[in-house]
Write a protein that binds this ligand. Structure first.
Ligand SMILES: CCCCCCCCCCCC/C=C/CC(=O)SCCNC(=O)CCNC(=O)[C@H](O)C(C)(C)COP(=O)(O)OP(=O)(O)OC[C@H]1O[C@@H](n2cnc3c(N)ncnc32)[C@H](O)[C@@H]1OP(=O)(O)O
Length: 243
């Protein structure tokens, strides 16, 4: 699957809805056992959640958006397919979350790229299921540091902490992902799927049982004046950086 939402594959409500529907089709297609997730945009895997969806929007619209973010995470994290992230660009925040739901992460070895959960840098807080996905990936202590600082890691640093599994030159990323897929698909599906579910079920069940309160929390948090102000400042910083 190639992410195509120019310019930076930000995860808008429309994009998330389309992504989930495409993933569901593949999930139901018994001939499809694995997916390589990559970006069709230069330099960026995904810029994370579309900040415009969280800025100046009505509570109803924010709720709808958050349900779509949850759905994307649930579909990816609980997928029966092998999902390999071919991270061919920067992957902050929601982009990092998306990568962490995959079974294996291969990143382009380019020091200009970065990956991590940088929410605190925007004045917002990564929800518990973002946090738990990171704990499940890199462990508790590393997550504690990463989340409080809102740290973005270079590919080499990300490899060091186990946030990605392999670095390769960018032009070899799909070939490496394909070779890796062959290895993963050599394992009998049922045994691998039950094992994957055993590892991830507690985190998935936790969100499933708290979906509605999690939406309420998000809406009440994101629509608060100081949070809106932080997001506004962050947006203007992003725009200014260009000029
Ligand atoms: C008890 C406590 C309870 C607590 C409850 C908590 C519940 C609430 C939790 C709330 C959590 C919300 C979670 C959010 C997670 C997210 O994903 S937030 C998004 C974070 N993303 C970022 O910080 C990335 C920002 N972007 C960049 O760093 C760069 O754009 C890039 C490195 C990805 C790419 O750089 P470059 O190629 O140089 O492109 P740019 O020129 O910067 O960008 C082009 C264009 O796109 C716009 N843009 C970039 N990112 C985003 C985005 N995420 N959303 C929307 N738009 C984006 C950028 O402004 C440029 O626009 P213009 O061309 O200038 O119009």
């Amino acid at each position: 699957m190639t992410l195509q939402n120019p310019p930076v594959n930000s995860l808008s409500l429309d994009f998330l809805t389309e992504f989930c529907s495409a993933l569901e089709k593949l999930e139901m297609d018994k001939s499809c056992r694995g997916v390589i997730l990559t970006s069709g945009q230069p330099k960026v895997f995904s810029a994370g959640l579309d900040i415009m969806e969280m800025y100046g929007k009505s509570p109803e619209r924010c709720g709808e958006f958050w349900r779509a973010v949850q759905e994307m995470w649930l579909k990816l994290y609980s997928s029966n397919m092998v999902i390999i992230a071919a991270i061919n660009g920067s992957s902050p925040a929601g982009g990092c979350l998306m990568s962490m739901t995959c079974d294996y992460r291969i990143m382009a070895d380019n020091p200009r790229y970065s990956i991590g959960l940088n929410e605190t840098q925007l004045g917002i807080v990564a929800p518990f299921w973002f946090k738990e996905t990171m704990v499940n990936t890199v462990g508790h202590r590393t997550t504690e540091i990463a989340l409080q600082l809102g740290q973005l890691y270079s590919p080499t640093e990300a490899l060091d902490i186990g946030l990605v599994d392999k670095l390769v030159p960018e032009d070899q990323i799909i070939a490496t992902a394909t070779q890796t897929m062959t290895k993963w698909l050599a394992v009998p599906d049922h045994a691998r799927q039950i094992t994957k579910s055993m590892m991830r079920k507690p985190t998935i069940d936790k969100l499933m049982s708290k979906r509605e309160p999690d939406i309420q929390n998000f809406v009440s948090f994101i629509t608060k004046d100081p949070i809106q102000k932080s997001l506004g400042l962050y947006l203007s910083m992003l725009k200014k950086r260009k000029s």
